[in-house]
Write a protein that binds this ligand. Structure first.
Ligand code: ADP
Ligand code: TYD
Length: 208
């Protein structure tokens, strides 16, 4: 029987360096002769497509509806028969996901009660709990500077005020969830190479 794959999620405010670090972690995992599938939320599925329109401003909606859409997209991302994460894990493929439940807790709870956001995500966490969550911590100023260099368009939550609130919520949540979940806080204000080494240090035991 196949060994189950590992499930590692990346968290952080927009522009914290998640996708940069995910590519580097994938290389490390593959160097250990292990398979690795990289994915992200909002997902590439139909609810994810709707969410991207809401985030870019092309489609207008309220924050309660957004919270429900993020939770629905997450379940579809886990369970859909086309490229669902659960079936990859069952096949022994390691999966790295850019954002998971902590993103909903931190971003949506700024405008919607946290208890309700947690209830909405209960099915997802019962279906698949990450082996660990990696939170890349950067200051909102650093994240905004990095984003300004690489892009022209600002998504819905990419303001200093919102990112400051979201980062604060992440830190509070990590503190309260520490006993239930394995969450590593990584200092994201360092060089790309040093951050990558810090992350590998935390997760290499899964693959060696
Ligand atoms: P995210 O996926 O969290 O939005 P990215 O990985 O896309 O973040 O990084 C945002 C920008 O910052 C990119 O242009 C990337 O090259 C740059 N970047 C990422 N990590 C660092 C770092 N440690 N130091 C300086 N720039 C970085
Ligand atoms: P993403 O494309 O990962 O942005 P970035 O690469 O800049 O970090 O995520 C899109 C936006 O969606 C981001 O602002 C965070 C937000 N988001 C939520 O508010 N709740 C969620 O559950 C998820 C998955 C993302």
């Amino acid at each position: 029987m196949n060994k189950r794959g590992r499930f590692i999620t990346f968290e952080g405010i927009d522009g914290s360096g998640k996708s940069t670090q995910i590519s580097l972690l994938k290389k490390h995992i593959e160097q250990c002769d292990a398979s690795c599938y990289e994915t992200l939320e909002p997902s590439g599925g139909p609810v994810g497509a709707m969410l991207r329109q809401c985030l870019s401003g092309r489609m207008k909606t309220d924050e309660k509806t957004l919270a429900a859409l993020f939770a629905a997209d997450r379940l579809d991302h886990l369970l859909n028969e086309n490229d669902g994460i659960c079936s990859k894990i069952e096949q022994g493929i390691n999966v790295i996901c850019d954002r998971y439940i902590l993103s909903s807790y931190a971003y949506q709870s700024v405008r919607v009660p946290l208890d309700w956001v947690m209830q909405l995500n209960e099915q997802a966490i019962q279906t698949l709990k990450p082996d660990c969550h990696i939170f890349i911590d950067v200051t909102p100023d650093t994240a905004l500077e990095r984003m300004a260099q690489g892009r022209f368009h600002k998504d819905l939550f990419e303001t200093k005020e919102r990112l400051t609130e979201v980062r604060q919520r992440y830190l509070e949540l990590i503190d309260t969830l520490q006993e239930k979940e394995t969450i590593f806080i990584i200092d994201g204000n360092q060089t790309i190479e040093k951050i990558s080494a810090d992350i590998w240090n935390k997760v290499q035991h899964f693959f060696l």
